[in-house]
Design a protein around this ligand. Structure first.
Ligand code: LLP
Length: 421
């Protein structure tokens, strides 16, 4: 459930009418609902009630400082994957002991930064990384808390580009080698091996792949304990999917996910961490755009809007579906007709939807792309020299620009021309 609803025919974000924001901010822009972000965080927190747990928001989904601050204020931990994300989390007020560092390619510089700034744990993904981290920790006269990410060889049944738990994927160490790698880690003086990490993919719409992976983690916990390791924390990753199409079967709810976690891992007496990103931010955000032209093609109508693939890459990159709604509802009885909804960028991949039924649209009308709060703004670029679009946060009756639109000068002046040119 989110808080983007029609009130007397006009789409609102919480209590604010979207045309009002568009008039002040200009289009296109991202718009987030604070109430939805809070609600989604609570759903996970409540789903794990009764277990010692921490919900570490995967901030790669949406790392705006205002979103991070809102999460931090609710007690969220953060899952970070770069020095940049670590710095953002700290800047938003997240204490180091609530920051988990994931990722296959952490550099020594990033390790140094997180160790000296404070870190809950590193999720180590390979033997060379383990060796590097041990060296960095020793050079600082510190001990780095780690889990080791295992690759359980489970098919997450999601889009190939976001599946991470099969043996051919670059993530984690093969679970079959875990015993050897844990023994090596335990022998390193700069590392404290505290647990196991697993993350099998994103936009998962079934619980079975999770259950299969977590059963392997439960077995491994017992085995590693028998081998003398004090396994006391399990990081279960993120990945729970969201309903992108309202008409489709909804993915499992956080409560159902939490129930399964309790069933499979509840009796191990481990602290549980999860790293949800999309489910927290995805349906807490929309992208608002304006129709520039309605163009009649040979056999179809094109709706040319002022947002493009550089602003929201997901349809071009993953063939992703985003529901598209008129901001002002058509009068009752208006027939829908199919449109190809496209942006102004000079490639045919700049298509948000093909043959999507909408009520009649005209230049100047506003449309909203739903489910754009996760992996939207964070994946944007300035391709075609289109400045990054602003982000706006609504909270009840109030709204604020949380990242302004840069001017063309801002964009141009970031480049420098060498004096010898
Ligand atoms: N933990 C780890 C280690 C991850 O790699 C990810 C996502 C998450 C947690 C959060 O997963 P989530 O709960 O958001 O599904 N750009 C793609 C999604 C990439 C996900 C990458 N890793 C998209 O737009 O669909």
């Amino acid at each position: 459930m989110d808080y983007f609803l029609y009130q007397i025919g006009i789409l609102h974000a919480e209590d604010v009418a979207i045309p009002e924001i568009a008039a002040q901010v200009g289009t296109p822009f991202y718009l987030y609902s604070a109430a939805t972000l809070r609600r989604h965080f609570r759903l996970f927190d409540e789903a794990l009630e009764g277990m010692d747990h921490l919900v570490c928001y995967a901030m790669k989904a949406n790392s705006n400082q205002a979103v991070l601050k809102l999460m931090a204020d609710m007690g969220a931990g953060m899952d970070v994957v770069s020095g940049g994300e670590y710095a953002r989390a700290k800047a938003a007020g997240v204490p180091g002991e609530r920051i988990v560092f994931s990722g296959v390619g952490k550099t020594r510089q990033e390790m140094h930064m997180a160790l000296s700034g404070g870190i809950r744990q590193f999720n180590v993904e390979s033997e060379p990384e383990m060796i590097a981290l041990n060296e960095v920790a020793l050079s600082l006269d510190m001990v780095a808390p780690i889990t080791i990410r295992v690759n359980p060889d489970v098919d997450a049944k999601t889009h190939a580009k976001i599946a991470t738990g099969k043996s051919e994927n670059k993530f984690g160490i093969p679970i079959s080698r875990a015993s050897t790698v844990y023994a090596q880690a335990a022998a390193m003086k700069g590392l404290d091996v505290i647990g196991i990490d697993v993350h099998i993919g994103s936009q998962l719409t079934q619980l079975e792949p999770y259950r299969a992976a977590y059963e392997k983690v439960a077995d491994l916990t017992k085995q590693l304990r028998a081998e003398g390791h004090n396994i006391r924390r399990l990081d279960l990753g993120g990945g729970l999917g969201i309903p992108y199409e309202r008409s489709n079967d909804a993915p499992p709810l956080p409560m159902e996910y939490g129930q399964m976690v309790k069933e499979v891992l509840g009796d191990l007496d481990c602290e549980i961490e999860i790293e949800p990103g999309r489910l927290i931010a995805g349906n807490a955000g929309i992208l608002v755009a304006e129709v520039i032209y309605v163009k009649q093609g040979e056999d179809r109508q094109f709706l040319i809007v002022d947002a493009a693939m550089n602003d929201l890459i997901r349809p071009a990159m993953y063939e992703a579906h985003h529901d598209i709604l008129p901001v002002v509802e058509a009068e009752a009885g208006m027939e829908q007709s199919p449109y190809d909804i496209v942006g102004p960028v000079c490639e045919s991949g700049d298509t948000f939807a093909k043959q999507r039924n909408l009520t009649p649209q005209q230049a100047g009308d506003l449309v909203a792309f739903r489910s754009a709060g996760a992996y939207g703004a964070v994946m944007a670029s300035e391709y075609n020299s289109r400045p990054m679009i602003p982000e706006v946060l609504v909270d009840g009756h109030q709204f604020a620009v949380i990242r302004p639109r840069p001017t063309l000068e801002d964009m141009i002046n970031r480049d420098t021309i060498p004096e010898w040119l």
